[in-house]
Design a protein around this ligand. Structure first.
Ligand SMILES: NC(=O)c1ccc[n+]([C@@H]2O[C@H](COP(=O)([O-])OP(=O)(O)OC[C@H]3O[C@@H](n4cnc5c(N)ncnc54)[C@H](OP(=O)(O)O)[C@@H]3O)[C@@H](O)[C@H]2O)c1
Length: 456
């Protein structure tokens, strides 16, 4: 049995799977900085601290990271059932069918990952990014096939939007299949939008768990980097990560890091521990996936669990004053509209459009839309449905100045948690979408036909 220290094990979302609150991932380090010998030492150090959850991906070091982890675990002689191992499918190679979330790549990619890991199954299989070119239904069915074959026990997403996760659940519920139990988003003191705002309705509606990545923003939140100082044995000294380094080491970020140091000093802890503890203290986070290239880093980072109780409201307030990164909850639908547009402008294109007509009535949205878009669209009808999993709103529109042009329907699906603000907020979202779609300078074309289940 493993020492474990004060490690906590949390359910991964609403599932029965228990994951250590701090986990360890192979990105960058395995294959680029470390080989099997060093990996064994680091994995053992994690186990000694009670870590049971190890994360990987088919793309890490082009598959080499999975080979290293697999060989290391084999040589360490660990019992497979003591471990939770995950991998991620999306970028499997250069060919047109080596990437994405088609049934073909999910099945072939998963089998290739298992061969490299030398394992019969992974515990969690993630869709590493959303695939705009594959219908979500194809992906949900393919992942369920993988689960039915016993190659994975659970599945999740990584960096999907709330809308895409909601759609995956809608498909899974409709077909009586297994939905995604977990998301893997970036989450740290500098990057918070998805975890603290966008996904809020999903935690209660679907019991979504989170395994979050880059708690130290690639090491920036240890305070070891400054403008002119990139330690030669660090991630940002690697040739392939120069771009990430220049994007990360900007004045605003470095100023915040410097502002956080006195807070950590006052608590008598390293900044790394403060940053990791802050992520782990979010109750919606099931596991914080850490990274490390040295045993000393793991030993330091694992002590972050002791720092969680030190994060009193006073300390959290001081942290907020420095980072000023807390996503603001919109107070009105107009503000929500703007917040969403700023955060993810391309998201609007993923709202589903169809040319199938609907009838019905949604008084507020219709009124709001007609008022805002007067002169260039006519709102024919608005229909609001309340299926068990959310709220869907169909809007049937026509160009006012070209009434004979084909009408189109916008379908917006919101999870149940959005209900209190859903109907109000959606008016704002829709009129912006419509304005964008019909504005002469807008790059998006007036849609003539978009199929419901294959948004582009
Ligand atoms: N789903 C996704 O899209 C996605 C994306 C990124 C990551 N991930 C997952 O999340 C895991 C963690 O991400 P990450 O590696 O970016 O985490 P991170 O905690 O932000 O950065 C870890 C890196 O920072 C440095 N470091 C860690 N502890 C330190 C300490 N105490 N003092 C000084 N330097 C320290 C090490 O790099 P150096 O020693 O080389 O400087 C280490 O590899 C990945 O391995 C992967 O499994 C997922």
């Amino acid at each position: 049995m493993v020492a474990g220290g004060n490690m906590h094990y949390k359910n991964l979302g609403r599932s029965g799977l228990k994951v250590s609150q701090l986990s360890y991932g192979a990105w960058v380090s395995f294959g680029n900085q470390l080989d099997v010998k060093e990996a064994k030492a680091l994995l053992q150090c994690c186990r000694d601290h009670g870590v049971n959850f190890f994360d990987n991906a088919e793309v890490y070091a082009n598959g080499r990271a999975e080979e290293i982890m697999g060989q290391a675990i084999r040589e360490l002689g660990w019992r497979r059932s003591d471990l939770v191992v995950s991998t991620k499918i999306f970028w499997g190679g250069p060919g047109p069918n080596d990437k994405g979330l088609s049934r073909k790549h999910i099945v072939e990619g998963t089998r290739a990952s298992l061969r490299r890991l030398d394992m019969e199954y992974v515990d969690v299989l993630y869709c590493h990014r959303p695939d705009a070119a594959t219908p979500i239904e194809e992906t949900v069915r393919a992942i369920n096939h993988v689960i039915d074959r016993g190659w994975a026990f659970y599945w999740g997403t990584s960096e999907w939007s709330a809308q895409q996760i909601t759609e995956a659940w809608a498909v899974a519920n409709r077909l009586d299949l297994v939905g995604p139990i977990v998301e893997q988003p970036e989450y740290n003191l500098l990057s918070r939008h998805k975890v603290e705002l966008e996904y809020l309705p999903l935690y209660s509606t679907y019991g979504l768990g989170l395994t979050t990545w880059s708690p130290l923003a690639s090491g920036v939140l240890t305070g070891k980097y400054s403008r002119g100082n990139i330690p030669p044995d660090s991630r940002f000294a690697l040739e392939n990560y120069k771009n990430l380094a220049s994007r990360s080491l900007v004045d605003d970020v470095l100023r915040k890091v410097n502002g956080l140091k006195p807070i950590a000093d006052e608590l008598g802890v390293p900044l790394s521990q403060l940053a990791i503890a802050w992520c782990a203290s979010n109750p919606n986070v099931s596991a914080v996936i850490t990274g490390a290239t040295k045993e000393s880093q793991i030993i330091e980072n694992m002590k972050a669990l002791d720092v969680i109780p030190l994060l009193t409201p006073d300390v959290l307030e001081k942290i907020e004053a420095v980072v000023q990164s807390k996503p603001k909850r919109p107070e009105s639908y107009r503000e929500m509209d703007l917040t969403m547009a700023k955060a993810r402008p391309r998201e609007f294109r993923r709202l589903e459009l169809t040319d199938k007509g609907t009838e019905g009535h949604g008084g507020f949205v219709k009124h709001e839309l007609q008022r805002e878009c007067k002169g260039f669209i006519r709102v024919m009808s608005v229909e609001i449905h309340l299926p068990p999993n959310g709220i869907s709103i169909h809007v049937h529109l026509n160009k006012a100045k070209a009434p004979s042009s084909p009408p189109f329907v916008i379908l917006v699906i919101l999870p149940v948690g959005f209900l209190p603000i859903g109907v109000v907020a959606v008016g704002g979202i829709i009129f912006r979408l419509v304005k964008q779609a019909v504005h002469p300078e807008c790059p998006y074309r007036w849609p003539s036909h978009h199929h419901l289940t294959a948004p582009r």
